[in-house]
Design a protein. Structure first.
Length: 272
């Protein structure tokens, strides 16, 4: 079920130099949202900017969550990239924020036999939706690859470590933290450590160029790879057709990131 409703700002704190962590109290959406889905947030009370902004959910707490002080809350980890997100940094505790959600189709979960390799690959703020997936998977037996341009773009490393994710690897393009290069380069450099003959499930989210690199790298038919696409969206529910991507589906070659996605099979996308 999708809602258009107001959330209440609980906290809005700086997470890193260019990133903020927004906590919203919104029980209807917190109770319904699934990993990989998103919300459309109204960032201004006037017409500037006019369009809502799409956000993945970093963490959600349904109304029956064991931590009573977090029940009904959604956490959004966002980067300041323009006028809309700059406006969001001004949100104060108690402010009402209108939103629509949950929207889109989320991740499909893998079977969890001991022989399965589960790999998460996130670039920049893309790791946010993968963190919520890791929560569902229970954090065990996961290999996590986190990439960014600089060390200030590496998100959720401490949070994954606190939850005892099996193996965490970091890449920065400038070499300021971890491996120097892209997160896809890092993944390829460590591929040999995964169990031969085992099923491999890869989940990824990040910039388009990163996902194109992953598509070039993942050729095996035995690998199941789901990717969450980032896109500019006008409405968030498929009416405007402003976020289409080309696919290999002959019946519906152009599909909407907001409606048929944001999660797609990597091999279903035409990576031109």
């Amino acid at each position: 079920m999708t809602f258009q409703t107001d959330g209440i700002v609980v906290e809005n704190e700086r997470f890193k130099p260019s990133y903020f962590l927004l906590t919203l109290y919104c029980p209807p959406i917190a109770n319904e949202i699934k990993t990989g889905q998103f919300i459309m947030l109204k960032v201004s009370d006037n017409h500037s900017p006019l369009l809502r902004r799409p956000f993945s959910i970093y963490k959600s707490y349904p109304v029956d969550h064991p931590e009573k002080n977090k029940r009904g809350c959604l956490l959004i980890l966002y980067k300041i990239v323009g006028k809309g997100t700059q406006r969001m940094t001004e949100f104060k505790k108690g402010r009402k924020v209108n939103m629509i959600g949950p929207l889109g189709n989320g991740f499909s979960l893998p079977p969890l036999p001991s022989s399965t390799n589960i790999i998460l690959i996130g670039g920049g703020v893309g790791i946010v939706s993968l963190y919520s997936l890791a929560e569902v998977l229970g954090f065990r037996n996961l290999s996590v690859f986190i990439g960014g341009k600089t060390k200030d773009d590496i998100l959720c490393e401490k949070e994954f470590k606190k939850r005892n994710a099996s193996k965490i690897s970091i890449a920065t393009e400038d070499g300021s933290l971890g491996y120097k290069g892209t997160v896809i380069d890092l993944f390829l450099s460590q591929e040999r450590r995964f169990k031969r003959g085992a099923s491999r499930y890869i989940y990824s989210c990040g910039p388009v160029e990163m996902l194109k690199g992953l598509a070039r790298a993942v050729k095996s038919k035995e690998v199941v790879c789901q990717v969450s696409l980032e896109a500019r969206m006008g409405c968030g529910f498929g009416a405007c057709w402003g976020c289409v991507v080309k696919t290999n589906d002959t019946n519906t070659p152009y599909q909407r990131v907001c409606k048929e996605g944001p999660v797609f099979n990597l091999k279903d996308i035409v990576w031109e």
